[in-house]
Ligand binder design. Structure first.
Ligand code: PEP
Ligand code: MG
Length: 747
């Protein structure tokens, strides 16, 4: 086979473009393309395999193999050489295909006679859409140049496939972005929503992947990169010097924007016939492919930076971008790879649902979505590549399922589900002003958890008695720098105003472990959950805690104030924290400020040790709130962030419930008010068990108050208690089955 020069590969691209421009059905185009590539490259075989579903490839066109195999030959990802290329996203180039690991013989194609094999992925931005293969009888490895030419052609094919250039008969030739897709992800905020897709970062479409005039394309690229550099410099200039993380990202941008290697590779792609934007995207694809293979978190972040930078460059080159003129649809469902808390707060309550390709249950975006009660599904793989602005989308935040472009049957079923939910909501709303009084006459106080201003409108609507846990760290987490005392005081005052005299238990800053402030230097700890966090930070470096306490005293401005300290493990930590508060009260008094009318000082019981503290602790604490999320993780030694071990231990485990009962007993000895504010308080069956063990106050997400109250009002706690006692006597591990059985009997 003759050596291909660069201009020849450009010639190939130009011929390809002419073929693509020809009218004709998708199949005809594909046939012409395989013919053209085989002819130009002087190989006997050229075949195109495309994905027909998430894991099966289908032979869609061929020159040289048996035509009867088209749309018949299929293989799974990873199967055969073609399947291996699809899985790895990397080419395979071999002189001896039958002797290569993974080779699969496909008699229907008659391919045993071909010795050489070169397969490259047809991919767009790291998403593999198929595989392009050339084969020849002569045993030889294809040259670097040939490999390169084929990769470039494959990339153009991917772009054309994206634009729907190959729509035709057969599963694999369906119109892209037209079919119904169901994606599974993880639940980060419950709820169901129906609406239209709103892409946080609209996809840039490359309508012109091939260009005739490399000189002109180089000029375009240089002009765009110059503009990009200027904008990065400008961003750097605007960033405050202490904003370390933002600076780091921008420095990485600058490094890439000035990188000679990056520029050189893109110029080479242009010389080989790509347009400037296609060259940028080719580099971006390569970076994405590397991203999925890099284990090192720091390096992965930098590749993310390069990806963002490439996006900016693409927008500059194509004139497309966030400012596309599109307006937010009526019921927007936000789709993004990931999103920061501040950006999410900017959208506010306008969003009906959120679907993220990445994200995590403990992320700050999740915190905000929860505060806004917007259903959120995370880890929905491929959502940003599958969804188009305006597509119909259904988000099932109960199951972690997303339906994109659903058909009528799915829509009807979903509507039923939403109607059922709405009915349940109505039922809960009708209970709003009624007490959470069980059939036996026991009244339970139901409070809500909050942490952002966005939470507070729920206070009235949910029927909560007050705020049992105000997580003050959320205000710190959604900002890029430490808030000032004045800002905090104003904010806490607004919270108290919104509460209209209802009790709000402000928990002092609980950072560390999963809650890392963006502007705090991360400390490398082998075991962050057991590390320097919450009150430990507050006592060792009291500056921020004192500032917070001052802000709270000023915000109260004569009103009652409730403060609780997180993660108290022993009496001394509580006395020290309490002393800080007392000193701040004295100081504020000396400054002539109005002191709170009353001050309640409580502790969160989140470590088993505190349940065994001396009696004096229980006397000194004005109240105690069980942080069940942490308490459970330490009781069972099971990381609350680790899905694998977390689910192993049931809250309704007899040992855990017995432990709760002990805590209730210790508080009763000293008449210390006790509440429970972990997530389990908001799960109706768990709430029932907790109250049966003696708890009389629960604090939960606002949306849980209705369901919990509904169940409590229909239950006799003495009976629940009897069910638990019996299960314990029988030696059961958990009371869940017995309780479920009892509930069933109650109807
Ligand atoms: C808890 O641990 O149960 C708790 C309420 O605190 P957080 O979830 O904020 O750690
Ligand atoms: Mg906690």
């Amino acid at each position: 086979m003759p050596h291909r020069t660069e201009s020849e590969s450009r010639k190939l691209l130009r011929r390809l473009q002419a073929t693509l421009a020809d009218a004709g059905a998708g199949q005809e185009r594909l046939d012409k393309i395989t013919h053209l590539i085989a002819d130009s490259m002087g190989t006997e075989v050229c075949s195109i395999y495309l994905f027909r579903d998430a894991d099966t490839l289908e032979l869609c066109a061929t020159e040289g193999l048996n035509k009867a195999a088209v749309h018949v030959t299929r293989m799974r990802v990873g199967e055969g050489l073609v399947g291996r290329v699809a899985r790895s996203g990397r080419p395979i180039n071999t002189a001896d295909a039958p002797g290569t690991r993974g080779f699969r013989f496909m008699p229907e194609t008659g391919e045993e006679v071909f010795s050489s094999f070169l397969g490259v992925p047809v991919q767009r931005l790291g998403e593999v859409k198929g595989v392009l293969v050339v084969q020849s009888k002569q045993a030889r490895e294809y040259s670097e140049d040939e490999l390169y030419a084929l990769e470039v052609v494959a990339m153009v094919l991917a772009e054309m496939a994206e634009l729907g250039a190959f729509i035709g008969e057969g599963e694999a030739l369906r119109a892209p972005h037209k079919n119904q897709v169901m994606l599974r992800g993880g639940v980060a905020q419950e709820g169901v929503a129906a609406g239209q897709v709103w892409l946080h970062e609209p996809r840039v479409v490359i309508a012109r992947p091939v260009a005739d005039d490399p000189e002109a394309e180089r000029k375009r690229l240089h002009a765009a990169v110059d503009r990009l550099r200027l904008s990065v410099d400008e961003m750097l200039r605007m960033t405050p010097a202490h904003d370390g993380e933002q600076m780091e990202v921008l420095e990485a941008y600058r490094m890439f924007a000035n990188s000679k290697g990056w520029m050189r590779r893109m110029e080479e792609d242009i010389d080989r016939g790509l347009s400037a934007e296609a060259a940028v995207e080719k580099e971006q694809s390569a970076a994405r492919a590397r991203m999925s293979q890099v284990g090192d978190a720091y390096l992965r972040e930098r590749l993310h930076d390069l990806d963002d930078l490439s996006n900016r460059l693409l927008r500059l080159l194509t004139g497309q971008g966030t400012e596309t003129g599109a307006t937010l649809p009526e019921n927007p469902i936000l789709i993004a790879r990931n999103i920061g808390p501040a950006e999410l707060l900017d959208y506010g309550r306008k969003l009906k649902g959120i679907v993220l390709e990445e994200g995590s249950v403990g992320s700050h975006a999740t915190v905000v979505a929860r505060a806004l009660a917007i259903p959120l599904v995370i880890n929905a793989r491929r959502i940003t590549t599958e969804a188009l602005n305006g597509d119909t989308i259904l988000v099932d935040g109960e199951q972690g399922v997303v339906h994109l472009r659903p058909d009528d049957t799915v829509q009807a079923a979903f509507r039923d589900k939403m109607a059922m939910q709405a009915k349940a909501q109505e039922r809960y709303a009708s209970l709003r002003d009624l007490p959470a009084e069980a059939l036996c006459g026991t009244v339970v106080r139901l409070d809500m958890n909050a942490g952002l201003m966005a939470d507070l409108p729920s206070l009235k609507g949910s029927g909560a008695s007050g705020v049992g846990l105000f997580r003050t760290e959320l205000q710190f987490l959604v900002r890029s720098k430490v808030p000032r005392r004045g800002e905090l005081a104003a904010l806490y005052a607004r919270v108290m105003d919104a509460a209209e005299g209802r009790r709000v238990a402000f928990r002092t800053l609980d950072i560390g472990s999963d809650k890392v402030l963006p502007y705090m230097k991360p400390t490398e700890e082998p075991n962050p959950a057991l590390g320097w966090r919450a009150i430990r930070v507050g006592l060792d470096k009291p500056g921020v805690m004192r500032m917070q306490l001052q802000a709270l005293i000023r915000a109260a401005n004569g009103r009652p104030l409730t403060v609780m300290f997180p993660f108290i493990a022993q009496l001394e930590e509580f006395t020290q924290a309490r002393d800080h508060l007392m000193r701040e009260l004295d100081r504020e008094a000396a400054l002539g400020r109005v002191l709170p009318e009353t001050v309640e000082v409580g502790a969160m019981l989140e470590t088993p040790s505190l349940a065994f503290a001396p009696r004096h602790f229980f006397e000194l604490a004005d109240f105690i709130s069980i942080g069940g999320n942490d308490l459970k993780q330490f009781f069972f030694a099971a990381d609350r962030e680790n899905e694998r071990v977390r689910r192993r231990y049931d809250t309704l485990n007899i040992s855990f419930l017995s432990f709760i009962e002990q805590i209730v007993g210790r508080c009763a000895e000293t008449d210390t008010p006790l509440s429970f504010c972990g997530e389990d308080a908001g799960r109706p069956i768990e709430a029932l068990a907790l109250t049966a063990m003696g708890l009389r106050a629960l604090s939960m997400r606002p949306a849980s108050i209705g369901p919990v109250k509904h169940l409590l009002r229909r239950s006799d706690l003495r009976e629940v208690r009897a069910v638990i006692t019996e299960a314990r006597e029988m030696g059961a591990m958990t009371v869940r089955p017995a309780l479920m059985e009892w509930l069933k009997r109650q109807g």
